[in-house]
Write a protein that binds this ligand. Sequence first.
Ligand code: PRX
Length: 643
Amino acid sequence: MSNSAVFPPSREFVRNAHVQGMDAYLDLYHRAEQDPEKFWADIASQEIYWFEKWSKVLDWQPPFSKWFVGGKTNVSYNCVDRHCLTHRKNKVAILWEGEPGDQRFITYQELLRLVSRFASVLQSRGYKAGDRAVIYMPMVPELPIAMLACARLGIAHSVVFGGFSGEALKARIQDLGAAIVITADGGFRRGKKVKLKPAVDEALVDCPDVRDVIVYRRTCSEIAMKEGRDHWWHVLDEGASEDCPAVPLDSEHPLYVLYTSGTTGKPKGILHSTGGYLTQTTATMKWVFDLHDSDTYWCSADIGWVTGHSYIVYGPLSAGATTVMYEGALDYPNFDRWWRIIEKYRVNIFYTSPTAIRSLIRQGEHWPDAHDLSSLRLLGSVGEPINPAAWEWYHRVIGKGRCPIVDTWWQTETGSIMIAPMPGAVPLKPGSGTLPMPGIIADIVDLKGIPVGDDHEGFLIIRKPWPSMIRTIWGDPDRYHEQYWGKLPGIYFTGDAARRDADGYYWVLGRVDDVMNVSGHRLSTMEVESALVHHPAVAEAAVVGKPHEITGQAVCCFVTLKKGEWDHEALGKELRQWVAHEIGNFARPEEIRFSDALPKTRSGKIMRRLLREIVTSNTVSGDVTTLEDLSVVTKLAAQHDED
Ligand code: PRX
């Protein structure tokens, strides 16, 4: 990729920005580098309300960090209550549009009422700080309301993306030891009612510890309700109280666990805690999205992923924004649905994924051109590297050449944005996340931890702890240590390959481990493999990500079969469906290739590297990313494999 195209911010953008010009960015960066504890303490005091101040900013016993030790705060209070004491009381907090076109405009005052009512329902059923709740809902306001109600009482929540199957839901409920599931009858998707509750029923057959299921009525679909266990949200709401104050919680109190794919078949529960997470998500809202009080901000992600947690719910609400939420598909009823929403609500800041951009490019410019997108002033990208063609289209067709694009690199584990431009300060280079946020000490190193120097590819690492970092893997501190801090002792290993150019700009190339990135969603090869080998016909399976023009990567499976007569075509279909049932529809393989044997090392390890090369060199299309980048990732992945 060429490093030559540079887009400095316009004078007008700089004039109104929170961080104005490169010197202002460098000043923040250097202050944070010189005295990180003072830097973060100042931000935590300015941005967050504390019931009690901390006694120590950071307690770092590698790999375990505690931030704002002894401080007491509450995420729900910061996202809701405190705004009701200001001019924001009647400001729209959540601006929601359902797929059928229904709308809700929930002000901060109304949000306080709704969150308090639901928290009082949870409280009256005996739930309290230390308990765990699983939330499995469509994109309706009651999803963030449920999250905020849990946070209000100190109940750690785990939101499971609605696209996961009952099997995947079960594994998460069991791992978390959740006592309550909050769900809905279903949601709307491409004009159809998609049921959710049956997957909960399927999961709960093997989850005896779940005492209550609360069901929000969205679609009025026919669903089964189990006497004694299942309750309608609206029925419980009848007896709810509006007086349910936020509980002052320790800064390190668990806020949520979000499951993500690792390099084994078992998903990892990434634990985030309270004070540090809130401080950094709030700060990055201002730095990266240059959020102003008058902005209407829209992140098109699903709240089931970390992007939605940090940048639809917690970051924007803590910063007092109007955050837009849309329930449905981007192509329903037509390919201009998103552009209609931007025009209708005069959206100023829009944050989405390269996969979505690529799928919209395919439909042609006439869809966005038919709408007035002049309210936009800033665009964002997240989840995967953005290729030059997608960047150019996003910039020209959506941003009309006026809007900076913030390409934000981060991970479920990092909690908030780590590498991204401050749009009023840092000149953009298409395809680069540009420079690290203040307080983030990144580098690119080889497997011994030695910096590779400018313009060389290596492993992206972070040297120092940061407030919104993962605290542990739920129930598995050893895995946490080994996966993130054990490869290079005392250094956080991101699992990504990257290079840094002579201007210090970071170019993230892709994963070096067995994690695929499909439509910006992380999926482990082992998770799909273990689903496949559960099928009675399958002897062995090896799964690799294959370059895909729209989704970045697609799931490609190599399968050997047990002895017998098999109809490959029918079995291929069945296996694709099988994976969708075991994990979720989004994991459905693009391709199943049957083979007599899989390539293995002498010690019997499947050589995924060869398979990756087969699928890569077979199909690579220059538009997705460059061949050079892919070969680098393959090479680094091989080193990592052999380590
Ligand atoms: O490989 C990187 C890629 O997504 C991974 C993190 O995935 P997840 O935890 O699901 O979080 C996605 C949303 C934050 C990273 O290890 N990734 C994320 N953002 C970018 C990216 N790759 C390149 N550029 C990005 N902006």
